[in-house]
Write a protein that binds this ligand. Structure first.
Ligand code: PLP
Length: 436
C-alpha cells in the first residue's frame, strides 16, 4: 500500500492550475526580513503595501454595533441593496460614473477578489451561450493588455482565467505610463481587457485626465473596429492617496467608453482597512448589469457575501469619513516629500516623483557591476535588495515581478512612520556609499 500522501508509483499530483504559477521570488526576501526581525535585528521595512494607520474609530464602531446587534447571518451574495446603493451613489458623485445603480455594483472580499472575478468573467472561457465552457481552448487567445511594471497579481489572475497577458512596456522617462499611440498599436481583435491602475502600484504615478481621455478615445475607436469586445478594467484603489497636483480621474466617466469600463475600488487603502477585506466592482448599463449577474453566479459558488456585519461600516466609511481620508492623504504627502528628498540626495537612484499611492520606484541599475561592503556583487534589483537587507536591515521589494523594466528597480513603500523613513533612508545612503 502506498504511504499516506503518495499515489501508487509516485506523489499525488496537484492540478495544473495550482502549480502553473511561479512562486513570487519577492516573497522570499520579505520572509527573510521577517526572520531577521524575529531574531531581533532592527529591520526597517519599506516593503509593506498597506497604510500603517488604524481604521477610523467610527468605522470600527459601526461594525462592532452590527455584530453585537446580531447581523451575523448570510446576506445577499453581492451585498445588501442599501450598501450597494451607497457605493453606487459614491461612484456617481465622486467619480462621475453616470447611470451606475445598485444593480451595477458587486461587493467582494477585497478589490483582489473583484479583479479575480472580472478576469474569470471576461477572459479565456469562450463566448456567452456556449455550453462547453470554452474547453476547446480558443479562450486561451483572449488577451489582457497590461501596462508594466504593474501590481503583481494582475498577470496570475489573467493566467488563472485562461487568458494571455500582453505586456505594454513603460519606462521611467514617460512616468511609467503608456501612450495612446502605443495602446493603439497593441490592440488586436483578441484584446479583451485593458488594465489601468492610476495611481499606480508599484510606480506611484498617475495618468492625467487628458491622458485618460486619449486612452478612452483609442479604446472607443478600437471597439468600433478591430476589438469589439475590449473592456477597460480600471483599478482605482489608491484614488484617495494623491499629492502631486494631478486630480484623480475615472476613465469610466468618459461617455464613449463608460459602458465598457469596469471600475474597481475598495476600502483597504483609503480607510486603512486592509485586513477587513472589502472591495467592489462597478459597471453601468446593460453590460454592467449582466456582468454583475455573472459575478453573483461565480461569487455565490466561491465565498458568498462578505462578512455580514461589515456592511454598515462600508456605509459609514463612504459617507462620513472624508476627514479621515484627508488626514491620511496629508501624511502620505509629507512622507512622499521626505522620501523623495532623501532619495534625490543618494547618487544613482533615479526615480520619477510619485504623485499618488505610497510607493517610489527607483532604478538601481547604475550600481550594477559593483560590490557591496559585505562582498555581494550587484547584478540585479534582487541582488541590491538582498544585500541592503542582509547588510543594513532595510527591506525593499525587488521590482522583477512587476514586469518590464521593473527588474532594474526596487519598490520602497512609505506607509511607515516618518522616523522610520529617516532612519531607513540613512541606511540606504550608507549602503549605496559603500558600493564599489
Ligand atoms: N490593486 C492594487 C493596485 C493593489 O496594490 C492592491 C493591494 O496591494 C489591491 C488591488 C488589492 O486590494 P484589496 O486589499 O482591496 O484586495
Amino acid at each position: 500500500m502506498a504511504a499516506s500522501g503518495t499515489a501508487v508509483g509516485g506523489v499525488i499530483p496537484l492540478s495544473q492550475r495550482a502549480t502553473m504559477l511561479r512562486p513570487p521570488a519577492t516573497l522570499a526576501i520579505m520572509a527573510k526580513a521577517k526572520a531577521l526581525q524575529r531574531e531581533g535585528a532592527p529591520v526597517i521595512s519599506f516593503g509593506l503595501g498597506e497604510p500603517d494607520f488604524d481604521t477610523p474609530e467610527r468605522i470600527k464602531r459601526a461594525a462592532a454595533d452590527a455584530l453585537v446587534a446580531g447581523q451575523t447571518h448570510y446576506m445577499p451574495t453581492l451585498g445588501d441593496p442599501e450598501t450597494r446603493r451607497v457605493i453606487a451613489e459614491k461612484l456617481v458623485r465622486e467619480n462621475g460614473l453616470e447611470g451606475v445603480t445598485e444593480a451595477h455594483v458587486a461587493i467582494s472580499t477585497g478589490a483582489k477578489q473583484s479583479l479575480y472575478l472580472v478576469c474569470q468573467c471576461l477572459l479565456g472561457g469562450g463566448t456567452e451561450g456556449r455550453r462547453d465552457g470554452g474547453t476547446k481552448g480558443e479562450g486561451a487567445s483572449d488577451e489582457a493588455l497590461l501596462p508594466v511594471p504593474a501590481w503583481v497579481s494582475y498577470a496570475p489572475m489573467v493566467q488563472l482565467a485562461g487568458g494571455r497577458v500582453r505586456e505594454l512596456p513603460t519606462e521611467a522617462k514617460s512616468g511609467f505610463k503608456i501612450s495612446a499611440a502605443q495602446l493603439k498599436a497593441a490592440i488586436t481583435p483578441r484584446s479583451r481587457v485593458l488594465f489601468l491602475n492610476s495611481p499606480s502600484n508599484p510606480c506611484g504615478t498617475m495618468y492625467t485626465p487628458g491622458e485618460l481621455r486619449e486612452i478612452a478615445a483609442v479604446v472607443a475607436e478600437a471597439a468600433a473596429t478591430v476589438a469589439p469586445n475590449l473592456v477597460i478594467v480600471t483599478d482605482e484603489i489608491y484614488e484617495k492617496i494623491i499629492y502631486g497636483g494631478i486630480p484623480h480621474f475615472s476613465i469610466g466617466s468618459v461617455p464613449e467608453v463608460a459602458e465598457r469600463t469596469v471600475t474597481i475600488n475598495g476600502l483597504s487603502k483609503a480607510f486603512a482597512m486592509t485586513g477587513w477585506r472589502i472591495g467592489y466592482a462597478a459597471a453601468p448599463g446593460e453590460f454592467g448589469a449582466r456582468l454583475m449577474k455573472a459575478f453573483e453566479a461565480l461569487q455565490g459558488q466561491m465565498t458568498s457575501c462578505i462578512t455580514s456585519f461589515l456592511y454598515p461600516a462600508i456605509r459609514v466609511a463612504l459617507r462620513e469619513c472624508a476627514e479621515d481620508t484627508e488626514r491620511f492623504r496629508q501624511r502620505f504627502a509629507q512622507r512622499a516629500e521626505l522620501v523623495c528628498g532623501r532619495l534625490a540626495a543618494i547618487p544613482g537612484l533615479p526615480a520619477p516623483r510619485p504623485t499618488g499611492a505610497f510607493y517610489v520606484f527607483p532604478d538601481v541599475s547604475a550600481h550594477y557591476g559593483k560590490r557591496s561592503h559585505g562582498g555581494k556583487e550587484i547584478r540585479t534589483g534582487m541582488d541590491f535588495a538582498e544585500a541592503l537587507l542582509s547588510e543594513h536591515h532595510v527591506a525593499v521589494v525587488p521590482g522583477e515581478e512587476f514586469g518590464g523594466v521593473g527588474k532594474n528597480h526596487v519598490r520602497l513603500s512609505f506607509a511607515c512612520a516618518e522616523e522610520e523613513i529617516e532612519q531607513g533612508m540613512t541606511r540606504v545612503a550608507h549602503f549605496v556609499a559603500g558600493l564599489r
